[in-house]
Design a protein around this ligand. Structure first.
Ligand code: GLA
Ligand code: ZN
Length: 718
């Protein structure tokens, strides 16, 4: 899945966000879970730009630095695509130009984040070492010329990537102005998600030897006796390239895991060097937030100081044109909110940095329209409202050569100020004035959405129904949960869940014993667990469990599956009862047919072979409850069902106009509430409680007015 596919799915799935019209305001439970990451405490305020002195005539650097400083810029990110200039030939490094650039920036009080350049090697390297080129999932070797075309396993490429990073680190470890590093650039954004070359096959074999004691353990785990694939030696195990029929699910899943680990260890090679040579500098890497399944981002960010995310909301406009009906503005807001919550959750809710934020028309080969006045400010606030601690705007100027000539920056091609310049300058000034406590505050989330890359990969390999897509289900549930404005963390259910009121788990295809234990404890302790269809079908080897479904969670759900059914043309409906009484709903795409084993029935199927059978059950378990939504429901019906179930668990949606978003962050007994108007019309929001305006400290009374694309920041004690 790449950026375009995520956008298309996003706009479809999230349209249900902000649709709730009911109930009174509710107070967030301010989380008593302060952020503790010493790396963050050392950080200066980070509101800057992505700058390319490697692409800018040197005579303009002074002028640029002066103009940036005047605009309130605190830092720049540079050099992530400058390998050819830093190492014109193998082993010959020249950092004199970069040193001059850093010096000029520092002289204007602008700090520097240096990028290591392994996302795009110079031509001499691929000419001399063609074996570093990636082989895609059709067995085709990628060509050099663009970027992200190299193999994550190849030892030569790793050696050369570490060498240039080492030289940079040795050169800039104590250079005034240099404060941190970005390793590589967007590991998740290559057109080819994974490499299938011979070095990766060998790497995979080593990875399998480490994970499994013997190839017989693999034969068992994957069930290789099927189609006569029993291995008698590790060297026989292939990478999942086209092979006449679909791959063994166990092999395909483990290969995705291997590729994710290979990228994480590629990054670790450089991180080890930077930690050793630049102990006072922070280190991160940037990725586009959101549902791109190339890597397990939790693994990639584990040893880094914080997550860095790239955010281009306007990019959606390019693909919304194809979506029918055209998604409402709140769908865009929801999809972007999801990507922020996704990135924040990659490092357990700690504040993250936006390393690239849209500044104007964006895209290649097609580009999005100029954002409306106010939207760049709104999108910046949305990132902070979801946990960002700083923002770098992409990019200072606009390139007048190369593949991204239409990815517009703060300066136009003629270097005059672009339409968004003043707005971004104002936004930087405002956000800086919020101060580090607000910018590092914890994001408040009463809800958790179970997001696990293993289930996503396994469902991708065997969806069962062509329209059953993990990202679509995720975004639809996220969209509905978001209508409560109760805050959502994305969790993989292996961590402590006790701080959440409700845990939702759509298409939780793989359930491990550890996850089942965490969920069982959560429900026993009083939590509400709401699962969707295809729950717990697979074990961690992507084998189907050999017990009645939902496997490990049968006890918690108090129900078993009589059968499961992909739906194509045959109409299937659902009739609700009890707390869910309401209009019947269509059930398309998928139906899990349930048999209660202690649970109560909240809905049954009508029509078809399973008429009268349970579609939704609720099981009271310990002090909590577990709900199984076996039927695939359209977004509006799912919204009614989920919001009703969440209200039964003490999460009652806020009464806000459609298109208005509310989030809160808390630190040191204070809370910052962000009210964001994603629509082009003025709105007003009811508030209850004592709030002051974050900027002029005036006391706020209800309702609070919001201009088109307007933002308000409300401060309250505790
Ligand atoms: C990404 C990359 C940048 C640049 C921008 C604009 O997010 O990290 O190098 O390509 O998008 O496309
Ligand atoms: Zn490879």
């Amino acid at each position: 899945m790449n950026r375009r596919q995520f956008v298309v799915i996003g706009s479809a799935g999230a349209a249900s966000l902000f649709v709730s019209k009911n109930a009174a305001a509710f107070a967030h439970t301010a989380t008593d879970n302060p952020i503790s990451n010493p790396a963050l405490d050392r950080l200066p305020l980070l509101f800057g730009v992505d700058y390319y002195p490697d692409q800018t005539p040197e005579k303009l650097w002074e002028e640029d630095a002066a103009a940036m400083a005047a605009a309130g810029v605190t830092n720049v990110r540079i050099a992530e695509f400058a390998w050819a200039l830093m190492e014109p030939e193998e082993g010959h490094f020249d950092f004199r130009w970069l040193e001059r650039a850093v010096g000029i920036l520092h002289a204007h009080g602008i700090a520097v984040i240096l990028g290591t350049p392994s996302a795009a090697p110079p031509p001499w390297l691929t000419q001399k070492y063609p074996e570093v080129l990636m082989v895609n999932d059709h067995g085709m070797t990628l060509s050099p010329g663009a970027r992200r075309f190299t193999c994550p396993t190849n030892a030569t490429y790793r050696r050369l990537s570490v060498a240039v990073a080492t030289q940079m680190a040795q050169h800039f470890a104590s250079t005034p102005g240099v404060i941190g590093w970005q390793i590589d650039n967007e590991f998740t954004l290559g057109d080819s998600a994974r490499c299938y070359c011979r070095y990766c096959r060998e790497g995979f074999e080593g990875w399998l030897r480490a994970k499994y004691t013997s190839f017989d353990a693999i034969n068992q785990a994957w069930g290789t006796v099927f189609w006569s694939n029993t291995y008698t030696d590790f060297s026989q195990i292939p990478v999942p390239l086209p092979s006449g029929a679909p791959p063994n699910p166990g092999l395909a899943l483990d290969y995705n895991r291997y590729q994710s680990d290979a990228n994480a260890s590629f990054l670790q090679d450089q991180l080890t060097v930077l930690r050793k040579l630049c102990p006072s500098h922070f280190v991160t890497t940037n990725n586009v937030g959101g549902l791109i399944d190339h890597l397990n981002l939790r693994d990639l960010y584990r040893n880094l100081d914080f997550v860095a995310s790239d955010n281009y909301p306007g990019f959606f406009a390019i693909y919304e044109a194809d979506a029918s009906p055209t998604p409402p503005p709140e769908a865009l807001a929801a999809t972007v909110a999801f990507s922020h919550d996704f990135m924040r959750s990659a490092k357990d809710g700690e504040p993250f940095l936006i390393m690239e934020e849209q500044t104007g028309k964006s895209g290649q080969p097609y580009f999005s329209p100029q954002p409306h006045p106010g939207q760049l400010r709104l999108w910046s606030y949305q990132a902070v409202a979801h946990g960002a601690m700083g923002i770098n705007y992409f990019r200072w100027d606009t390139a007048d050569f190369g593949a991204e000539e239409y990815w517009h920056g703060l300066l136009r091609h003629d270097r005059s100020r672009s339409p968004g310049f003043d707005e971004v300058q104002q936004t930087i000034r405002e956000l800086k004035s919020l101060g580090p406590e607000a910018l590092h505050a914890r994001y408040n989330a009463d809800l958790a959405l179970c997001f696990d890359v293993d289930s996503w990969w396994a469902l991708n390999i065997q969806p069962g129904q062509p329209h059953l897509k993990y990202p679509t289900e995720m975004l639809t549930w996220y969209g509905v949960m978001g209508a409560s404005h109760a805050g959502i963390d994305l969790v993989d259910a292996t961590s402590d869940l006790s701080r959440y009121k409700v845990l939702c788990a759509p298409v939780m295809y793989i359930v491990t014993a550890q996850q089942a234990d965490r969920i069982r404890a959560f429900v026993k302790g009083g939590g509400t667990f709401i699962a969707g269809f295809r729950l717990g079908v697979k074990d961690e080897h992507s084998r189907i469990v050999d017990t009645p479904l939902p496997g490990l969670l049968r006890d918690v759900m108090g129900a078993e599956l009589l059968d499961y059914q992909p739906i194509y043309t045959e109409k299937q409906s659902v009739q609700f009862s009890g707390e869910l009484t309401g209009p019947d709903a269509d059930c398309r795409i998928w139906a899990d047919i349930l048999t209660p084993r202690g649970a109560d029935v909240l809905a049954t199927y009508t029509g078809g072979d399973h008429s009268g059978k349970a579609a939704i059950t609720v099981n009271h378990y310990g002090q909590g409850k577990a709900i199984y939504i076996g039927a695939h429901l359209e977004a509006p019906d799912l919204a009614r069902v989920l919001l009703t179930l969440m209200a039964m668990s003490g999460v009652t949606p806020l009464k806000l106009p459609t298109g208005v978003e509310w989030t809160t962050r808390t630190a040191g007994g204070r809370s910052w509430t962000y009210l964001l108007n994603h629509t082009s019309t003025a709105q007003s929001a009811e508030i209850s409680g004592n709030y002051r305006d974050a900027f002029d400290s005036s006391a706020l009374t209800s309702p609070v007015s919001l201009e088109p694309y307007g933002v308000r920041v409300l401060v309250s004690a505790g």
